[in-house]
Write a protein that binds this ligand. Structure first.
Ligand code: XUL
Ligand code: CO
Length: 442
């Protein structure tokens, strides 16, 4: 069987990546990710809902601020539209071989803008017809798409928050087209990441006005999306900084507050990226938990940062401690719903073999599969749940219960406090960390 879609195979010599188990020495095989294996009533594939990110996998060429391209794409063509179609062939060949059931893209990843707004629209609709045909041929689905309203110089002062109305409207043209394409492709979510929605200095910025414009823009996008039949979830992807100094969607808590302030909480949830959470000074699990507690956990950009480097290094996730803690939150939440785990991650710029893209995804998929298995065992045994329930038990009966139910005022609470006996109780952090390790190390 051919696992590629077009006439040409781009990832030659690499077939479908299979589960071979942890004893396998074959680097091009899964050691833990067994798509059809059932865990707590669902298959691994259903729990994890992996997606490949188009931009890092098929567009990025290794360029960094200090060096030029290191990666040669075998599908590269001089003509921009021919290049877009060949890239789509390579992308769907990859999705099918690696076995990610979903993919994600920006408009600019899949389609050339051309030299006018009209060519942008025409090209995008032509390429998206090609993507639809490839989705039908392979069964791969769109987890989400988004508008790239941050790379082009016109967006240097922002997109929806640009001080120039003409630029705000030009960004709307892209978002409208992206929503049209989303509905055409049956997208399950639609993402807003505000890379340039923020500011560099307050000296030139009316922050109140910019936040209001952002909310107005998102409301218009929500209304347009619903009017054309988009039934999925709108997602905001928080990030504290980079490229702007202060981004308005700093972290999950800030974003949820913003959505509630402007009445968008019923249509929008968060897309939590691990390396954005750590850039904001949180752990990945913290931002997932904040979303879960507010019913706002939409989807995940699965990657990891570097604990010595401060910035968004977008590495493939390999840290099974972190993936386990993340899967604990996700399982307790009841799963990702229409969201998924999108590898917003790039191989290093000196990982230049074609097979490196496969190895990177295999590592990420195995790390989350391992995290899923461990987290599921911990939840099944209720070891953490029982400990935490016991820790808060004083709110389950008597005066504590009255407090929790809002049946006390400050005077009665203070009166209880006057006579209360306080017994010191350990938080047992080291005990719990050792327990977690005993599950992780099997
Ligand atoms: C940038 C980032 C984006 C979004 C989509 O840090 O994460 O790729 O995921 O625009
Ligand atoms: Co991201």
């Amino acid at each position: 069987m051919n696992y590629f879609v077009g006439d040409q195979e781009y990832f030659k010599g690499i077939g479908k990546i299979e589960f071979e188990g942890k004893g396998s020495k074959n680097p091009l095989s899964f050691k833990y990710y067994d798509a059809k294996k059932k865990i707590a009533g669902k298959t691994m594939e259903e729990h994890l809902r992996f997606a490949t990110a188009y931009w890092h996998s098929f567009c990025a060429d290794g360029t960094d601020p200090f060096g030029s391209a290191t990666m040669v794409h075998p599908y590269h063509k001089a003509d921009p539209m021919a290049n877009a179609m060949a890239k789509a062939d390579a992308a769907f060949e990859f999705f099918t071989k690696i076995g990610t059931p979903f993919y994600c893209f920006h408009d600019a990843d899949v389609s050339p803008e051309g030299d006018s707004a009209a060519s942008y629209e025409a090209n995008f609709h032509k390429v998206s017809d090609g993507l639809l045909a490839r989705q039908k041929a392979t069964g791969v689905k769109l987890l989400w798409n988004t508008a790239n309203v941050f790379t082009h110089p016109r967006y240097m002062n922002g997109a929806a928050t640009n001080p120039d109305f003409a630029v705000v409207a030009r960004a709307a043209l892209q978002v409208k087209n992206c929503l049209d394409v989303n509905v055409k492709l049956g997208g399950q979510n639609y993402v807003f990441w505000g890379g340039r929605e923020g500011y560099m200095t307050l000296l030139n910025t009316d922050m109140k006005r910019e936040r209001e414009h952002l909310a107005r823009f998102l409301t218009m996008a929500r209304d347009y999306g619903r009017s054309i039949g988009f039934k999925g979830t709108f997602l905001i992807e928080p990030k504290p900084m980079e490229p702007t100094k202060h981004q308005y969607d700093f972290d999950a808590a800030t974003t949820i507050g913003f959505l509630k302030e402007f009445g968008l909480q019923d249509d929008f949830k968060c897309n939590i990226e691990a390396n954005h959470a750590t850039l904001a000074g949180h752990t990945f699990a913290h931002d997932l938990q904040v979303c879960s507690d507010s019913g706002m956990l939409g989807s995940v950009d699965a990657n990891q940062g570097d604990s010595q480097n401060g910035w968004d290094t977008d590495e493939f996730p390999t840290n099974v401690y972190e993936t386990t803690l993340a899967m604990l939150v996700i399982l307790r939440h009841g799963g990702l719903g229409s969201g998924g785990l999108n590898f917003d991650a790039k191989r290093r710029r000196n990982s230049t073999d074609l097979e490196d893209l496969f190895l990177a995804h295999i590592g990420g998929m195995d790390s989350f599969a391992y995290g899923l298995e461990v987290a599921s065992r911990i939840l099944e045994d209720k070891v953490l749940a029982n400990f935490v329930a016991e820790r808060y038990a004083s709110f389950d009966s008597g005066e504590g219960k009255k407090f929790a139910q809002g049946a006390m005022d400050l005077s009665s609470l203070a009166a209880y406090g006057k006579g209360a006996t306080i017994i010191q109780k350990s938080g047992k952090q080291e005990y719990l960390q050792n327990l977690l390790n005993s599950y992780l190390l099997g």
